[in-house]
Design a protein around this ligand. Structure first.
Ligand code: NAD
Ligand code: UFG
Length: 342
């Protein structure tokens, strides 16, 4: 039996593949490298001693995907990471985001159904809560108004997968709402490798630490938080990866749809992160206070109790671990995977 991992050479996918391989499971990755590089496969092999089966296929390509399933009749479940994820870019290129994220998911589910594979773990996001009615956020809290096409695709794909279950109760769907995944594998061999100027806080901070950028822009210090800067629930990517093992174990025993928040339950401000990073690494992070970034909210952090009670999962790494591991990855790979060899 093996597991199809879409987007398995990306940031979260690669860390999850490592955890599954180390548990002895067989993996088939499908990725079109639109936001990742082939060298990730070498790095996964270096960490685990095993090389996952790989197909360079666009998930929107029905024939290509059909071939993957036909050649791997032992596939029994899917972990679906593939998608475009940059909030800002999604407002500039809405059609690209809607086409890629919807069509890939529809094509995937149709192909799975044809081959009798009815178990899927989907990468959703805390973005589906919009501006939350309260923190910590519970899974039963109301979904918010999305403010960008990226967030819209997450909300709608959650509904599509729920409708699939309504029509055919033999499906098992696990919707994981990730909070803010950061950090890297302890080997320093895999990590987050954004193209161009990073949109997200952690990769920006690590690039400042490396001297690639002069200072951090802190987007606003007048939020309703303990120090005025935005508060988020940062979660170590290895903890997040392990949540997928637990979610799949659960999906193997139940049918229907289940939703889980995957976060630590602790919120840290931008300035908390800067201080923690400086302490963990001994590197100075100069910063300037800039205006708020449009669409940002005061605070967003999870109540992760459901994941603990039903999946038996909880985060083990703290903010210091996240800073140390993100810094190690950036120091060992100053240009990310660019020009990297195995
Ligand atoms: P990533 O961009 O590093 O990985 C996504 C992978 O999917 C990439 O390797 C890309 O090449 C591939 N891909 C995209 N479209 C494809 C297609 N049509 N066919 C085949 N491959 C395709 O992103 P990530 O940070 O690893 O995120 C993984 C998932 O988790 C995404 O669905 C993302 O929306 C979701 N998520 C991420 C975050 C975050 O902050 N990183 C937060 C919440 C949810
Ligand atoms: N921030 C800065 N400077 C930066 C980058 C970010 O001050 O250079 C601040 C933001 O204003 C925010 C915090 O750092 O207060 C975190 O910002 P990120 O961009 O790292 O993360 P977001 O919470 O804005 O967004 C993330 C994912 C989205 C996802 C969302 C909700 O990037 O894909 O979480 O799950 F939709």
């Amino acid at each position: 039996m093996s597991i199809l991992v879409t987007g398995g050479t990306g940031f979260i996918g690669s860390h999850t593949v490592v955890e599954f391989l180390e548990r002895g499971e067989d993996i088939v990755i499908v990725d079109n490298f639109c936001n990742s590089k082939p060298v990730v496969l070498d790095r996964i092999e270096r960490i685990t001693g095993r090389r996952p089966k790989f197909y360079e296929v666009d998930l929107c390509d029905a024939e290509g995907l059909e071939r993957v399933f036909a050649e791997n009749p032992e596939l029994e479940s899917c972990i679906h990471f593939a998608g475009l994820k940059a909030v800002g870019e999604s407002t500039q290129k809405p059609l690209l985001y809607y086409r890629n994220n919807f069509l890939s998911t529809l094509t995937l589910c149709e192909t799975m159904a044809r081959h009798g594979v009815k178990r899927i773990v989907f990468s959703s996001s805390a973005t589906v809560y919009g501006d939350p009615e309260r923190v910590p956020i519970r899974e039963t809290d109301r979904l918010g108004q999305t403010t960008n096409p990226y967030g819209e695709t997450k909300q709608v794909i959650e509904r599509i997968l729920s409708d699939v279950v309504k029509a055919d109760p033999a499906w098992s769907v696990s919707l994981l709402r990730y909070f803010n995944p950061v950090g890297a594998h302890k080997s320093g061999l895999i990590g987050e490798d954004p193209k161009g100027i990073p949109n997200n806080l952690f990769p920006y901070v690590t690039q400042v630490a490396e001297g690639r950028r002069p200072f951090l822009h802190v987007y606003g210090n007048d939020y309703n938080t303990h120090d005025g800067t935005g508060v988020r629930d940062y979660i170590h990517v290895v903890d997040l990866a392990r949540a997928h093992l637990k979610a799949l174990d659960r999906a193997r025993t139940v049918t229907g749809v289940e939703v889980f928040n995957i976060g630590t339950g602790v919120g840290y401000s931008v300035l908390d992160v800067v201080k923690a990073f400086e302490t963990a690494t001994g590197k100075k992070i100069p910063y300037v206070i800039d205006p708020r970034r449009p669409g940002d909210i005061d605070a967003c952090y999870a109540d992760p109790a459901k994941a603990l009670s039903i999946l038996g999962w909880q985060a083990e790494y703290d903010l210091t671990d996240m800073c140390r591991d993100a810094n190690r990855w950036q120091s060992m790979n100053p240009n990310g995977y660019d020009g990297a060899d195995a």
